[in-house]
Design a protein around this ligand. Sequence first.
Ligand SMILES: [Zn+2]
Length: 168
Amino acid sequence: MVTTTDKKIKHPEIWEILEKVKDPEIPVISVVDLGIIRAVVKENGKVIITITPTYSGCPAMSVIRLEVTTALLDEGYQNIEIVTVLHPAWTTKWMSEKGKKALREYGIAPPLDDQADEIELFGEMPAIQCPHCGSMNTKMTNKFGSTPCKSLHQCQDCLEPFDYFKCH
Ligand SMILES: [Zn+2]
């Protein structure tokens, strides 16, 4: 399996720039840690970045494309192409551990790995751990949180509301 880390070996200078581009909805996580940058290719002086959105209708995508382009332009790259690839679909497994940690610290419960598909299938949410106090005693209060990619939950112990990053 080719991991993001393996891919970075090829054009580390580009990945380094991309690491600075944050998700417009969650400013603590970079597009690289989110796992949506699928490939970086240099071809005849052109930089081609392949992006897979967290879900096909993600409204943040146009902003992300623009920010990736701007970041590269700022570093002197002029010939840039952003390619959007929807298949295979983004999975939470592409999110880095660093990214998940950053989400928790920001107060958003990171996506669960394997159970995520079952949630979709059976329509039931497993217990999501509260990012504030670590309690598993939480409940979903709204299927859609501040963005369609998140659902809103509340901790029954510390009573803090929090977002769960559910897209995959
Ligand atoms: Zn709590």
